[in-house]
Design a protein around this ligand. Structure first.
Ligand SMILES: *Cc1c(COP(=O)(O)O)cnc(C)c1O
Length: 375
């Protein structure tokens, strides 16, 4: 019997483990030289733009909104299909998340609906590059310019993706990445904001560290009640080791995704994701179950797959249907594509350490479970 295949798993090499041991012995564990080096390497990767690390993409997104001056009375347009952090951060600033639907196939923001959702209170739009497939950024930035909106890209899943040949993060307004262990590179927990004016970059530093600045050994100033979201040198050291491997990781992800398409051809028993182009980093391989033709539920499908040793993820429930957002007045039926994805989505295993045999095993197991499950 094969061992359990999870839907994702980070790959940490021995060199990184040795370097982390050196950091642990160095006497400097919190933000120090490794954080500076990680930010410099990320900046180089993003075409020289400023990068300020944070302890998560959630903190990065929240602080990006704050440095744009977004707060009570403001609205931010957010797709209804994303990880819930995308909307939560807007609420945490005091602003209102205004949901719009997504395209059923790309799962990215529907920009016609976004345009229609712009009001006098709209301050920003937050495109999410779901599963690593970039949103249509030409249209996003054209819309933002027409209505003078800030763009906060939720690029948590898009490290190493590119849009029309340009790396996500190397252009645009404020772009936020995640280095959670499930993402394409990890710093255990971590995130970063790319971009911003010099004043905004300075404010990002204050937001992540108590709103405080030290100008001499005995001189501190606190400008506002900032948060605490500075990365540790241990985390940054892991991130540096991962960044060295990013291109190889993403190349492998593309090969594995291509293998799924090759094995299923036109005959897949579930709706496969759109293929995108070489700019897709294949953060996730998320398909949709044909629930209406099935005799079993998604939960029963997931359990049947687990019983056969294959882990399946669910990314994501539509955000507007959570009680936190129903409380803001959102209701079932408002965003049919996000709701349908939320009901039908299943994430199949895809991570760099997988083999082609693992992909075959997933395909055969899905085929077997669904064959026995159709009406
Ligand atoms: C993972 C993720 C986040 C949050 O990232 P953290 O680093 O865990 O805070 C936000 N948005 C999306 C789309 C994500 O996938």
């Amino acid at each position: 019997m094969n061992s359990f295949l999870p839907f994702t798993r980070p790959s940490i090499d021995e060199q990184t483990i040795a370097e982390v041991a050196d950091v642990l012995r160095s006497g400097w564990l919190a933000s120090g030289p490794k954080v500076k080096a990680f930010e410099a390497a990320l900046s180089q990767y993003c075409g020289g733009r400023p990068v300020r690390s944070q302890t998560s993409a959630t903190a990065s997104l929240e602080h990006a909104l704050l440095v744009c001056g977004i707060g009570a009375g403001d609205e931010v347009i957010v797709p209804a299909m994303s990880f819930v952090a995308s909307a939560n951060v807007v609420v945490r600033t005091g602003a209102r998340p205004v949901f719009v639907d997504v395209d059923l196939h790309t799962r990215n923001i529907d920009l016609a609906q976004a345009e229609a959702a712009v009001s006098a209170r709209t301050r920003a739009i937050m495109p999410v590059h779901l599963c690593g497939l970039p949103a249509d950024l030409d249209r996003v930035y054209a819309l933002a310019e027409r209505h003078q909106l800030r763009v906060i890209e939720d690029a948590a899943q898009a490290m190493g993706s590119s849009y029309r040949g340009r790396r996500i993060g190397s252009f645009g307004d404020l772009v936020c990445f995640s280095f959670h262990p499930n993402k394409n590179i990890t710093s255990i927990e971590g995130g970063a904001v790319v971009g911003g004016s010099p004043e905004e970059v300075h404010e990002l530093e204050l937001q992540r560290f108590h709103g405080q600045e030290k100008s001499a050994a005995d001189a501190f100033e606190t400008y506002f009640a900032g948060g605490k979201a500075n990365l540790s040198d241990v985390a940054a050291c892991v991130g540096l080791g991962q960044l060295r491997q990013l291109e190889a990781f993403n190349l492998r992800r593309r090969e594995l995704a291509a293998r799924y398409f090759e094995l299923w051809g036109e005959a897949a028993p579930l709706a496969l994701p759109v293929r995108g182009d070489e700019g897709h980093n294949w953060h996730m391989f998320a398909a949709r179950l044909p629930l209406e033709q099935m005799r079993i539920s998604r939960l029963e499908f997931i359990e049947a797959m687990a019983a056969r040793g294959v882990g399946i993820g669910v990314h994501y429930p539509a955000m507007h249907l959570f009680s936190a957002y129903r409380a803001l007045g959102y209701r079932e039926g408002q965003f049919p594509n996000a709701e349908r994805i939320g009901r039908e989505t299943v994430t199949l295993p895809l991570f760099p350490a997988m083999s082609f045999e693992d992909v075959e095993r997933v395909v055969n197991t899905v085929n077997e479970v669904l064959r026995g499950a159709m009406r």
